[in-house]
Design a protein around this ligand. Sequence first.
Ligand code: PMP
Ligand code: GLN
Length: 386
Amino acid sequence: MREPTSSKLRSVGTTIFTEMTALARRTGAVNLGQGFPDSDGPPAVLAAAQSAIAGGLNQYPPLDGLPELREAIAKTRLDHYGQQFGDIMVTAGATEAIAAVLIALCEPGDEVVVFEPYYDSYLANLAMAGAVRRPVQLRSEGSRFTFDPAELRAAITPKARLLLLNSPHNPTGKVFTREELDLIAQLCQEHDLIAVTDEVYEHLIYDGKQHIPLATLPGMAERTLTISSAGKTFSVTGWKVGWVCGPSPLVAAARKAKQFLTFAGGTPFHAAIAVGLTQEMGWVTRLRDDLQERRDRLRDGLETLGASVYPCEGTYFLQIDARSLGYADGIDLCQDLAVKGGVVAIPAQVFFDDTETGRRFVRFAFCKSDGVLNEGISRLSSFRSR
Ligand code: PMP
Ligand code: GLN
């Protein structure tokens, strides 16, 4: 039989999250790999979903999502960032929003500038769209990750169509600064690029730092699609409620793809997330403070083990340098950690084109309950003595 996978998708493997979560189950290891919280979201949001189901909200929502959710998203973005959008479309998680946007906006052969390491679905979606990625590397410099402006300029060729920005950034935990965003905005305008921003960790930023949506910079609202989701904000990653916001013509293009990916779904969860956004942002602030404390706890544990831990300003994740634990390759460290140490982490090289550089990075998730996180830290400390 002919190779069943089309040439477009041959480079796409099983997601590292599926692989490592399966490894955790097989070995009984503590799962600090896949980024999902193991405690539930706000009780009022959970109750709202249950009463939406009991109340009969069980058929397709409108293609763009329940109006009450779209209004709640509009109001939240206005309150937090002063943003106003031509259009807002609810999607099946940020994942569908990203896929729809890339499929709808890219011609085959168009180039997309993306910061490396990048979230793994970008690679697959760019492959589906027939687009070519142009990675610009984020490097650790002292207390933060940043990029070289000359490398960003060089990555933008005449074939560039779009710039894909993830801030707060998975897996580095970087939050892009105003200065960095100014340069990105300037280059997008100079080269007529559409910006697509993945802001799923917008509310999970630590140490008093602030999230600045790229679309709020002068000249950017008309060329930016802003994507976010409820999964991380309300600890309901399995609900898959996301959204894409921007000028109407850009959202209209994404809608063409989205209507034939899922059409629409998740009606009762739309109703519940509307409750979350209008009534439960205080809960989110407490979640953020709690995650900051967990980040510090995991960092202390990793440092006690002798690991060099990279800075983390936001998200669910901390990265370490595998070399500090005597491993040249993060995959080998993750294998040993799972089998001998009883802890699963993610070898972050899978998020790199430049796997040689990526080999040193290993990512740990700290969005876990006390029991899981403390057990993970305790197992890490005995891993040292092996
Ligand atoms: N972007 C990034 C950077 C992520 O870490 C994730 C995973 N949560 C997603 C997008 C996907 O979001 P969702 O679960 O809402 O589809
Ligand atoms: N976003 C989560 C992470 O980075 C995982 C999402 C997934 O499993 N696809 O760990």
